[in-house]
Every structure is written in C-alpha cells, then in structure tokens.
Write a protein that binds this ligand. Sequence first.
Ligand SMILES: C[S@@+](CC[C@H](N)C(=O)[O-])C[C@H]1O[C@@H](n2cnc3c(N)ncnc32)[C@H](O)[C@@H]1O
Length: 425
Amino acid sequence: MIFAYCKIIVLEETMDQRVDERETADAKVVLGFSADAPADQLVSTFSGFGDHAIRVETSHDEDARSNFMMDLYRHLGQNMAPGRRDIYETKIKKNFVKEHGRAPKDRHEVRNAVKSDPYFQFWGHLRVYCNQNLFYENGRTVERQLDDLIEKAKPRKSAKGNLDLDKNFKIPKYQESFDMHWMPGSYFTKIAEDDVAAGAMYDSGGLYVMTSGHLGPFGDGAAYSIVNYLREKYPDFTPEHVLDQGCTVGHNTLPFKDAWPDAEVTGIDLGAPVLRYAHARAEAMGYDINFSQQNAEQTKFKDQSFDLITSTMFLHETSKRAVNNVVREAHRLLKPGGLMLHVEQPPFRWFDDPFEQFERDWDTHNNNEPFWGPMHDMDLEEVAVKGGFARENVLQEYADLMKPTEDNRYAPAAGQWYVFAAWKK
Ligand SMILES: C[S@@+](CC[C@H](N)C(=O)[O-])C[C@H]1O[C@@H](n2cnc3c(N)ncnc32)[C@H](O)[C@@H]1O
C-alpha cells in the first residue's frame, strides 16, 4: 500500500516537471526491443531490477550472468548494429545496384541481399543467442526455486484483487504453435501444479534483461507513456473501469491504478502461469487489481463494461484475424465516450527507407515472432472502422516514451511509442 501511494506521488510530480525535464524533445528515436537506446537512458545492471516479494532470488553468479546478457544486448544494439548499415550502404547496396540497375525497393529485397553477408550473419547469430541463452539461464534460476515461488504466489484470503482462471481455457494456435521470442513454453505452458514459472521468467530475466532495463525497474514504462499521453491530450478523461489486454505479469497494468486510484483495473491474458504471477506480484506491491484468464478476442465481460481498454506490445503477438476480433470486442466492451488504446511500434509505411524497414522487421524472421511483420503492414484504421469505430475517431500517432529516472521516477525520454487508438463516441 505504501509503495502504491509513493508511486502516485511520484507520477504526479513527474507530470508537473515534465516540460522542464524534457532534454531531447525533437528526437525521433522509436523504442524497439533491440536495446539500441542511448546509454545514459539505461538502467545498466541486473541489480536495478525492481524488487518485490515474489521476485526471483539470484546468486552472485546468476547476477553476473544477467549483467553480461544486458551488456551483450546493449553491445549488439549500440556498437555493432550501426556496422550493418555501413556494410549495406558501402558494399551490399552498391552490388545490388550493379546487378539490378536500382537500389532494393523494399525490406524483403534488403533482407535477401544481406542474408549471406558474414557481418549480418554474425550479428544475427549473436542476437538469437541472446534470447535463447537469456531464457535458458533464467529458466534455471526460476526452476531451482519454483516450489517457493508457487507457494508465495498462492492466492490469499486477504487478497485485494481477484484471480480468475479457467480450467478449460483454449490457447489459440497463434500462441500455441511455437515458443514466442524463444521463450520456452511461451506464456501459457504449465510445468508444475499452480505453476508461475513463465511469469517469473518473463518478469525477471525476460523483459528486463532483453530491454537492458530500458522500460524501468518494474517494466512499466509503456503504461506511464500512456498515462502521460492521456493526461496531456485529454486531461479531463478519468476512466473508472480499465481493461489491460494481454497483460502478462501486469507490468503495464499497475500504473493505471497509480494514475486513477479510484478506477477498477482488470488485466486479462491467455496464460495461467503469468496470471498467477501477476496476481501475486500486484498483491505484493500493494495493488488492488483483478486478473482474469480470457481471450481478448471474445471475453466474458458485458457490453459497455469499460471506459479505457489498453494494451502494450500485445497485438503483434496475435494474428490478423485476432487483431480484427480484438478491436471489434473492444468496441463492444467500451462505454460511449470510452477509449481503446494500443501501444506498439509504428507501421512500416511510416519509414521511407527500405533498410530501416528491414531492421524493424528482424524479429519476424529471426525471433520467433512471425506476426510482427504482417501486423506492421496492416491498415489499423480500416480494422478500427470494420470493428465499429467511426473513422474520424481513430488516431495513429506517437506518444512520448517515459523512461525511468535514477530515483525511480518517470520522465520523458528520447523515444516514442506508436499509439493506435479510437474513441467510441
Ligand atoms: C508481449 S506480451 C505483452 C506484454 C505486456 N502487455 C507488458 O507490457 O509487459 C503479449 C501477451 O499477450 C498475451 N496474449 C496473446 N494473445 C492473447 C489473446 N488473444 N487474449 C489475451 N491475451 C493474449 C500473451 O499470453 C502474452 O502474455
């Protein structure tokens, strides 16, 4: 409770200070998973990972390994990635022009042109190694203390929020068919009774290390960006019922309670292990939040149950049909005057440069995220209109990236999120 209160204060202060603290207002960096942000914006060591009662305990050697992985992600993003552009411009593109009489016209042609180059192969191999090794090492850390984590995560009678799991839940094919971004068993696989392993893995090793701490000690920078965006653009919007779709362990669910303490906040996801962990984590951090195992394509909620329906980094892990269903479902669930808002990376068409598009498409072909590319090709305005929203109420724009500061506040950073939103008027 004290923690939740502190975070409300921090948020209020940060919002007031934001204009003064804006160092890089016109920077056009867009946040990705590739840890390619400026070094001074990163929480650089594993010891910066936010503490809470259900956090995995780590030994000296495990910390050292996580620190090494964070450094390796950063090294690949900051030091080695620019070399790819140099080699492309000075060698690969020139050879392509010689052969075809023109430069590569799209990301697919760039990918084919670079794929046999040793630098691209070496970089790609290391980048894949990072994710695979990260989850391998982190999986060992989680497994050796899984019994304790399960015990700690068991719902208590005194819990403030509900946990609602569905024994007969059917995982859709787009999640069931492979290990998302090389995370063994993805978010839903159960390896023990009352399992929480996937949640523990995603929380500690997964997101935090993969992004080199860029989303904050508690992985919640995206939600703070949403709150900041809404406060700036729609200061009178005060949702009473908030739904976070694809909430995983609730990283980006909790900040909505900080922003609107009287709101009822609910997170839904497919995976029972991540939801159990989300519930325990929220309780441990003093938050009153409901978590429920539901498919965002078709939920159990009644029509017009929510004022704000959000998601962070969720749509790209579904499918074309699912995105259409999720948006249609959001329209059904919103009250008149309510807002649907998804945070993702921008569509490819927002970038003229085929090489930039190629770099942004890397995960589709190498990181076990096959829908990443197709989703960023979709015309989401059309999806929203098909889903029931009026065209004039659909928004696609950038929101400032909120980064954690050293004293665990959040301030605008040199980065932006892509926002896909629609008001139900
Ligand atoms: C990349 S994670 C989202 C991360 C989380 N929002 C955050 O900010 O930390 C994608 C999540 O969406 C969930 N998911 C995928 N399809 C879903 C669906 N149809 N309904 C609900 N959850 C879904 C997955 O189980 C996974 O936990």
